[in-house]
Design a protein around this ligand. Structure first.
Ligand SMILES: Cc1ncc(COP(=O)(O)O)c(C=O)c1O
Length: 419
């Protein structure tokens, strides 16, 4: 087998955006940290997500995830001692935002077929202190959400849709993010499209509109060094990609850049220990410029993912993956499968130059999160724990060709039936 590395290392910023980026005026923009274009961009996205009803909605942009999540919960007036329901098989940023409001995260197990919160178990966790449910559409996949809405209405609880994985996905032909009081979306570096960072919140319930100026006032301009780090990340990750096949040079490059602090951290150790304070920054303008360039390629990216997902599904039909609902539009942010002996499989693939993705191989991702501080009790969400231990993401990013996907499939079959 030829030694070309196939990696699940995921950044949507590819060669094309890099070339356009260096030839653009972005170099001159990092110092402009606010820009009237951002409001234009916000308007565009609102119209895209909600073409017929955008006038009745509002949007706020943030630099990072926890700011968006934290401020959404604050809008619900969540405070010390309140409870917020969240599914197990989630990300530490979600939990940290809850903890930062001084509320208690209450974990509910997931359904095996949808990877989303199990409504039957959810009902049992509701108490007089429950103020909100975070409804996460895991990987891309919305479940039958009417059931959860009914429970929330009956109990007078707010719903925050976490669409971090699922921008452009649809449930019953309606784009996600339109269903509940508020929704948050991500354009972080490993999401559907990327502007290195950027989160936004859509406010569907007019009851909260009055609170918007207060939040905007609280958001500071991102410091110049942070903006520059984001721009440098685009260059470094591009060169890292070019050196995938050159021993492990790309790993060294990313490692050294991180150590030298010239690119933004993925997650600080303090975040994994639930001991970090969120910084509340507005979205900087030079990243908005990148986003506009990437946005023009969104359909191309999604079609590529869908094509690869269909290929994997056809050729790995004996293995377990997330069930599809034919009424949904799935955009397959990750091609996640659940394999027995997943550690051994990953090692075997690595030995054959295929790096499988490890996103959500923990009940609270990523690795080394302090569960005690996150108030998660081991064995409390058994489906999530079982699936996390079996989770593997197959390479499906924009640089993966069909031939490479075929190589991945052949190796998986070889592992299970020959090794
Ligand atoms: C469901 C969910 N919400 C929020 C986040 C935090 O997002 P970000 O990676 O943009 O900080 C993640 C992380 O991937 C996530 O999986």
């Amino acid at each position: 087998m030829e030694k070309t590395i196939i990696t699940s290392f995921f950044t949507t910023i590819n060669k094309d955006i890099f070339l356009r980026y260096i030839s653009s005026m972005t170099y001159r923009l990092p110092f402009l940290r606010t820009w009237k274009e951002i409001s234009k961009l916000e308007q565009n996205i609102l119209e895209y997500i909600s073409p017929f009803n955008h006038k009745n909605k509002k949007i706020i942009s943030f630099y990072n995830a926890r700011s968006a999540l934290y401020h959404s919960l604050k809008m619900f007036d969540i405070k010390y001692g309140d409870e917020v329901i969240v599914q197990a098989y989630t990300c530490i940023s979600v939990v940290n935002a809850i903890l930062q409001t001084w509320a208690i995260p209450v974990y509910v197990d997931i359904e095996e077929w949808s990877l989303n919160i199990n409504p039957k178990l959810l009902e049992r966790k509701i108490t007089s202190k429950t103020k909100a449910i975070i409804l996460q559409h895991t990987f891309w996949n919305p479940r039958e959400i009417e059931e959860i809405l009914k429970i929330a209405k009956q109990n007078n609880i707010y719903i925050l849709e976490d669409c971090a994985h699922s921008i452009w996905a649809e449930y019953k032909w309606v784009k996600l993010g339109n269903f509940w009081d508020m929704a948050i979306f991500s354009f972080w570096r490993d999401k559907v499209i990327s502007s290195v960072n950027w989160w936004f919140m859509i406010i569907n319930n007019s009851k909260f509109f009055d609170k918007i100026p207060e939040i905007k006032k609280e958001l500071k301009l991102a410091p110049i060094n942070l903006v520059l780090k984001n721009l440098v990340y685009i260059k470094i990750s591009f060169f890292a990609k070019l050196t995938y096949d050159f021993f492990s040079f790309w790993k060294v490059l990313m490692f050294v850049s991180r150590k030298l602090k010239i690119i933004p951290e993925v997650l600080f150790a303090s975040e994994k220990a639930c001991a970090d304070k969120t910084f509340f920054y507005a979205y900087p303008n030079s990243l908005a410029y990148i986003w506009l360039k990437e946005f023009s390629k969104i359909d191309f990216y999604n079609e590529h993912r869908i094509k690869l997902a269909n290929f994997y599904r056809e050729n790995l039909s004996d293995f377990q993956w997330v069930e599809n609902n034919s009424q949904n539009k799935n955009i397959y942010l990750r091609c996640t499968y659940f394999f027995k002996y997943s550690d051994e499989l990953m090692a075997f693939m690595k030995a054959n130059w295929v790096l499988l993705g490890d996103w959500y191989r923990q009940v609270i991702a990523p690795k080394n999160v302090n569960y005690e501080k996150a108030l998660y009790k081991n064995w409390s969400c058994l489906v999530a724990e079982k699936l996390a231990s079996m989770t593997v993401n197959l390479p499906n990013h924009i640089d993966i060709t069909e031939n490479e996907a075929k190589k991945v499939v052949d190796l998986i079959w070889k592992f299970y039936f020959e090794v």
